[in-house]
Design a protein around this ligand. Sequence first.
Ligand SMILES: Nc1ncnc2c1ncn2[C@@H]1O[C@H](COP(=O)(O)OP(=O)(O)OP(=O)(O)O)[C@@H](O)[C@H]1O
Ligand SMILES: [Mg+2]
Length: 476
Amino acid sequence: MTSPVANPRPKASPAVLLIEDTPSLQMVYRSVLNSAGHQVLLAGTAAEGLSIFRNHGPQVVLLDLMLPDRDGLELMQDMLTLRPDTAVIVITANGSINKAVEAMRAGAHEFLVKPFDEQRFLGAVENAGSARPAPRRAAMPAPTPLPSLPSSEAFIGSSDAMTRIHAKIRSVARSMATVFITGESGTGKELCALAVHDNSARAAGPFIALNCGAIPQDLLESEVFGHMKGSFTGAVSDKPGAAAAADGGTLFLDEICEMAPALQTKLLRFLQTSTVQPVGATRPRKVNVRIVCATNRDPLEAVRRGQFREDLYYRLYVVPIHMPPLRDRGNDVIEIAEAALARFAAEEGRNFEGLDPQVHALFHRLPWPGNVRQVLNVIRNVVVLNEGGLVSLDMLPGNLADPAEATSPFALPSGSVTAHDPTLDSLIGLTLAEIEQRIIEATIARHGGSVPKAARVLDVSPSTLYRKLETWARDG
Ligand SMILES: Nc1ncnc2c1ncn2[C@@H]1O[C@H](COP(=O)(O)OP(=O)(O)OP(=O)(O)O)[C@@H](O)[C@H]1O
Ligand SMILES: [Mg+2]
């Protein structure tokens, strides 16, 4: 070691090329940048900007999209062709968010919509300065050829549809652009979110996934933004929240359309300011996160119904990625099934040789409403219930080829429920959490008050039940 100091993260103050034609704004931006330690190269036209760019190759470019001599987007594309690693932050007027979105799709790193405050402005420049040349994974030898799969071999399937998705993931991963993943249940939206993270410069940072549909709405705010000790009943200690935990990495907001309106407003503010204010905290804290979100609903429909804020939708729907259903992915279903067979067989210590041609033909014909997840379940079923050999039609779960199953990804257990089951009437209208509590309490009562016995019947660990009982007792 030659350095006496323990290698602190170097403060990023890269030279910034500012391309802006309004003199008063030039002055303001320059003075803010200078006072933060950045050297500023100034251009008032696109032509001047491109020439400075060629000569100096700055790492960060602040680009006003409305220039007198040329379309800002075209200029950006020229610069990115010359140096794809450049982080371009585009500046647009309020009301032209579409332009900003277009720029993000074309490879901009970030966008700022006027008016913005100094903190947001500098935050964007600093993120841009630190994002680009960062090493991908610590121990990755450079330069590596592009991997054929976006993420740790997780994605199986070489159909054209998936090849296009892989290319999109790779190209979008480099920017800060928010990625909005849609697709039916089980198509691999979460896997896609992970791949975006893994292919980005923040791969070494945290990937924090939060399911907005699974957390009770009254707890969601503190789950996302954190809380301070004592800020509400049950807040027994400070909690950072997912947004802060994802600092330097990616925050994956799953089932985003399920988020309650009040929290949508807070999320929007978070996206605009890059700061979080935990419940009960007096000061906001700056964080640097990349947002990826997903839903299996049609987000525009949710906007039309008034369930999802339109402004938030436009803020998030920057780079859409639609995961196609498995039935539109050609031979992927076979590739996925064969890979799953090999994996599950190894896990279960069985010897399977593959799927026979009739199974192939059937798999190609089936609509797979539960998509990849359904295929994995079917194969798991086959492996568990059969000794080995070549998988034939008679080894498949009986309901698989039944057209009645086409609307439901999974067969309901035998003797299962209909929409008008009288035994369930008293539960209809309760929340899932309330139903869960009733079932657990009834099961414990049915077993003479024994928590371990009830746990066995419900197939959970007794500690899960004890924890829930404790929570209910505490919340009255
Ligand atoms: N292309 C693929 N190759 C292999 N496994 C896959 C692929 N796509 C998805 N999977 C697996 O299928 C399962 C479902 O994927 P994932 O959870 O990403 O789907 P999803 O779209 O988020 O579903 P949901 O909408 O129900 O949350 C996971 O176990 C995942 O690992
Ligand atoms: Mg999911």
